[in-house]
Design a protein around this ligand. Structure first.
Ligand SMILES: Cc1cc2nc3c(=O)[nH]c(=O)nc-3n(C[C@H](O)[C@H](O)[C@H](O)COP(=O)(O)OP(=O)(O)OC[C@H]3O[C@@H](n4cnc5c(N)ncnc54)[C@H](O)[C@@H]3O)c2cc1C
Length: 397
């Protein structure tokens, strides 16, 4: 097994062969991937070395100290956090070799075509249809439907897509999982302006989109099971992010507190301390969660991390606005824009406060996460689901 010392040596070799000061960032990132130092827990040949996931921090620290460029995870979070582990687990060798390298380097941005106007919390009810045509190497699928709330679709080259391939069986059974080319002429991406004023997400209309069968991920009809890998990873990606101590939202809030002694009250101080403690507990729990993960296979416990993250993000951003009093009500910029990044901490206090509202909806709403924890972690009785065994086309929608 690769040790921390070995990773330090390999990182030094990479830096010696590709001086970050003299190498194009993309060239450096490709070389890092090829050296197995991209995500060390991935297999050799696919950007990793089969090393324990916890050792990634060793490589990251060495590279940061040397001034090496990173792949800007805020720009490619859906690819890194959701598409990659799913492709790794369910993709063919050809799919892994085609997609993972440009995904990690950031050359190709990914988005997630899951939610629909009639299928959010009840995702298995989705109605986008994929109809098979042809046989043999020319076989493919024609996809028609509408997706919504698709973050970064305006930047994406590829999408992970869920579509219904069999309407005659119960809803969870008739879904398949595809990789959709966002440059197909049948893909129409329209911005959706959100609470913050900008359009980070979109609605996406799919009209006669042709997907080769070679871009199907896993078996036909297995889409729901495969999507669980994506969704569990999404919750860890949102709720279990690696942050330094007093980093992220609590770091910003603590800094605001230190800079504005005149705004302090005893009551705000107590709430700040409570928030600081909660943030530290969440950070350490996230660290433990990430270290326990087998590649690509987090379980339902990621739901708890995401639930706690959303609650804390809303508390901390609310406290920051309160602390800043009337200054906290000022909002920097309402100009409609289509951001390049999904950023929970950027801009000003008003932006953070408004953006945090989405944290308890994206990646599964807090109510749905509580259901998951109740049923799959605590073993409590399941919610009644009357349409579970009814063919999808006969279910009430
Ligand atoms: C910022 C942001 C980014 C997003 N990005 C993406 C993306 O990139 N790709 C993508 O596919 N989707 C994305 N989403 C969509 C997100 O996954 C859905 O909004 C979410 O799953 C909820 O679905 P819904 O909006 O249809 O709400 P609904 O499912 O209609 O829920 C409405 C309310 O009812 C509650 N509710 C529903 N069912 C139950 C139940 N059984 N028990 C208790 N309460 C229930 C919900 O908790 C919620 O409060 C994004 C959302 C946001 C806010």
């Amino acid at each position: 097994m690769t040790s921390a010392d070995e990773l330090v040596i390999r990182t030094a070799e990479l830096l010696a062969a590709h001086d970050p000061a003299a190498t194009e960032p993309l060239e450096f990132l490709r070389a890092r991937f090829d050296a197995g130092l991209a995500w060390v827990h991935f297999p050799p040949g696919l950007g990793g070395l089969g090393a324990p996931r916890a050792l990634q921090a060793v490589v990251d620290a060495e590279l940061a100290a040397a001034g090496a460029p990173d792949n800007d995870p805020r720009r490619i979070g859906i690819g890194l956090g959701m598409a990659a582990p799913t492709i790794l687990r369910y993709g063919t060798e050809e799919q892994k070799r085609r997609f993972l390298r440009p995904l990690w380097t950031g050359e190709e941005v990914w988005c997630q075509l899951f939610s629909e106007p009639g299928a959010g919390s009840d995702l298995a009810a989705l109605a986008t249809r994929a109809v098979r045509d042809g046989d043999g190497p020319d076989a493919g699928w024609t996809v028609d439907g509408q997706k919504v709330w698709t973050s970064s679709a305006h930047l994406a080259r590829w999408a992970i897509l869920l579509a219904r391939t069999d309407p005659d069986v119960p809803k969870h059974q008739g879904i398949s999982y595809f990789v959709c080319d966002m440059t197909d002429p049948g893909v129409d991406v329209r911005p959706l302006r959100q609470l913050t004023g900008e359009a980070e997400f979109n609605e996406v209309f799919l009209t006669g989109v042709r997907i080769p069968d070679a871009h199907r991920l896993g078996a036909v009809g297995e889409g729901w099971r495969i999507a669980q890998t994506t969704l569990n990873n999404e919750r860890v990606a949102i709720g279990g992010q690696r942050t330094p101590r007093e980093g992220g939202l609590i770091g910003i809030l603590a800094e605001t507190w230190r800079r504005n002694p005149e705004l302090r009250t005893h009551e705000l101080h107590q709430r700040l301390l409570q928030g600081w403690t909660d943030a530290e507990v969440l950070r350490l729990t996230g660290e433990r969660l990430r270290q326990q993960l087998a590649v690509g296979q987090p379980g339902p416990e990621g739901a708890a991390a995401k639930l706690a993250f959303a609650r804390l993000a809303q508390e901390l951003t609310g406290l920051e606005v309160e602390l800043l009093a009337e200054q906290g009500l000022a909002y920097g910029d309402w100009t409609m824009s289509r951001p390049e990044l999904v950023d929970f901490t950027g801009r000003d206090a008003g932006y953070r406060y408004l953006r945090a509202k989405g944290n308890s909806i994206e990646g599964g709403s807090s109510e749905i996460l509580r259901n998951i924890i109740a049923e799959r972690v605590l073993g409590l009785p399941a919610e009644p689901r009357s349409d579970k065994d009814v063919p999808w086309k006969e279910s009430a929608r």
